[in-house]
Design a protein around this ligand. Sequence first.
Ligand SMILES: [Zn+2]
Length: 267
Amino acid sequence: MHLLLYAFALLVVLSNASPLYRRAPATIHSTCTVPGTFAITVDDGPYNQTWDLIKYLNEQNVHATFFINGKNWVDVATDSTLTSDGEKTYMDHVRFMHSSGHQVASHTFTHQILTDLTEDEIIDEMNMMSDLIYEAIQERPRYMRPPNGAYDDATQATLGNLGYEMVLWDLDSKDYINHNATVNERVFVQAFKDEDPKAQVTPAAISSKPEVSKPTPLPTGSHIALMHDVHYQTGPELIPWLVGQLRTRGYKMTTVADCLDDPRPYQ
Ligand SMILES: [Zn+2]
């Protein structure tokens, strides 16, 4: 009997020493799946332009996704900045994003390159960021973007085990390389050109009816665009230009979760 109990206890101990990865590797999203949607995503903040960027997006009735850090350009837990509404803490910024309907997502706590970290260090980076976001908005992010887009099988497995969806991008403004909005706009101009239905029509398909009688076709492409609200041109210049372009072309500007038709942005 004692032996049986011992065997049972051993089994319990062994089963508690569970395999490292209990869930599937994190799914990676590089583009939206709902046709005609466009996800504006901003990384590395919040920073000193973020409050007014949120105000601008709200005025435009546009929802974006903020992949935020806890300690990158600022210490979100302790720092504050002057905004057009006076001095605001960065915790206020996170609350303002969330209450305005933007998606708050994780970009790790200190912007470490995850492929350089051990599993325990990745878990710490993710949990510290999740705790800080929870402190601000009482929600835990389900979406994350690995810094520099760097990942490998081990990071994907660890992030999946923590319940995260990974988000990359298919349009990169490169606003972190060239701090000139006109240069940053080029990738979008090219994408719009590639998707212009008029440019793709074959001669046989050209209607004899005058062009003006045709309704403007809605865009069929869908994109996740990478930007950073820590470079001075992005919030004040690049994003307003992009919003105007997207509106003219009939794109629906949504959060990442919405452009993937996912009703659960948080864990
Ligand atoms: Zn980043």
